[in-house]
Ligand binder design. Structure first.
Ligand code: PLP
Length: 389
């Protein structure tokens, strides 16, 4: 079978591959601490589950509006106004099965051969993969440890050409936990305002921030017409498996993106969307509790990593990932991840799987209990000492 060129250019996400390797070891009776997968280890709050069950029992199980239920789009608009202080027209909200499809649809709608798209390196692997799929040229902008993994906005400016159609921002960031500052965002808005460039602002970790206030580029003047804001329910409400996300898109993009939805998934299941309405309207206590627990785990894991010989780790400002520097251990990040999994029973991801600039690092997700994090730290400590002997 001859597969087409575009598909051969698609990449993948190593988190799922590493999870499979870890599970194969577990099947042989080997104990593994899972720090590879980027999903909250909390249960979806009960009120949200109850709303989905009720919606199914009430018969909301058929096809529905491809753009998303009107009530959910209104609640999303209100939520964004509350959390970002941005006035959002519910007619510009598009509901999708998870946040990922918004990336896919945006790139399919905007990019083609000969275009360029700038994305963070290290960054969520799907950005580069999807840019390549469209035929556009992926242009990485390095995120450096010295800047706490913020983007160097002048370097970003130097990468913009006449062919640049898209700039991808992700703050708080996967895999580094870096957060863009308001001044950075203002500068970037200034760069795109007069150009035919759209910003894809991936704000899926918006609620998971430990210092300061998150700020969206869509809050800058003129930017709602040039920004695709991505968010969803996966991380904030521990709903990864439900597949519920959304985009707020410029008016001109609504119709083509809805057409892409009709051509692919038709709609997002209505009973899932009704659970989303409950998530936004119901009590927010569980979100606050989850973020407090993540903060405690972040402090625990970063302190522990900095006590291990050969490792150093910046304090991430958001998301739930630690990104320690492993360059002193003298192994490639993939070899180190394999070594930790096979010899120490700790599943982690190679920084290099998030881009070339991640090569000296590992990504450790601290979406795991403090007890398991302590066990992982002890195991990494023993493994690192063995390497440095
Ligand atoms: N954006 C980033 C930066 C992510 O890390 C993830 C998931 O890991 C997503 C988007 C995907 O979110 P969803 O599961 O809602 O599709």
């Amino acid at each position: 079978m001859k597969l087409c060129e575009n598909v051969s250019r698609l990449g993948s996400e190593t988190a799922f591959q590493t999870l499979a390797k870890a599970q194969a070891l577990e099947a042989k009776g080997i104990d593994v601490v899972h720090l590879e997968i980027g999903e909250p280890d909390f249960d979806t709050p009960q009120n949200i589950c109850d709303a989905a069950v009720k919606a199914m029992a009430d018969g909301h199980t058929g096809y529905c509006n491809s753009q998303g239920l009107a009530e959910l789009r209104e609640e999303i608009a209100k939520d964004i106004e509350r959390t970002r202080r941005i006035k959002v027209n519910p007619a510009c909200v598009i509901v999708t099965p998870g946040a990922k499809p918004v990336m896919f649809y945006t790139m399919l709608a905007l990019l083609e051969d000969g275009d360029e798209a700038i994305y963070p390196d290290p960054g969520f692997p799907i950005y580069e993969s999807m840019i390549k799929y469209t035929g556009a040229r992926p242009v990485p902008v390095p995120l450096r440890e010295e800047l706490d993994f913020r983007m160097d906005v002048e370097e970003l400016e130097s990468l913009i050409t006449k062919r640049t159609r898209l700039i991808i921002l992700n703050s708080p960031q996967n895999p580094t936990g870096g957060v863009l500052e308001k001044d950075d965002i203002r500068y970037i808005a200034g760069l795109v305002r007069e150009r035919d460039i759209t910003v894809l602002s991936d704000e899926i970790y918006h609620h998971i921030i430990y210092e300061g206030e998150p700020y969206s580029i869509a809050a800058e003047p003129d930017m709602p017409d040039k920004t695709v804001l991505i968010d969803g329910f996966s991380k904030s409400y521990a709903m990864t498996g439900w597949r519920l996300g959304y985009g707020v898109v410029p008016k001109e993009m609504v119709e083509p993106v809805v057409r892409l939805i009709i051509n692919s998934v038709s709609c997002t299941p209505p009973f899932i969307q009704m659970a989303g309405i409950e998530a936004l309207k119901g009590p927010q206590e569980s979100v606050r509790k989850m973020v407090d627990e993540f903060r405690a785990r972040r402090d625990l894991i970063v302190k522990g990593l900095n006590e291990i010989p050969g490792l150093s780790c910046r304090l991430p400002k958001g998301a739930f990932y630690a990104f320690p520097n492993i360059s002193k251990l003298g192994m490639s990040s993939q070899k180190m991840a394999d070594y930790l999994l096979n010899e120490a029973g700790v599943a982690a991801l190679a920084g290099g799987s998030f881009g070339k600039c991640g090569e000296d690092y590992l990504r450790l997700s601290y979406a795991n209990s403090q007890e398991n994090i302590k066990t992982a730290l002890e195991r990494i400590n023993t493994a690192a000492k063995r390497l440095l002997k």
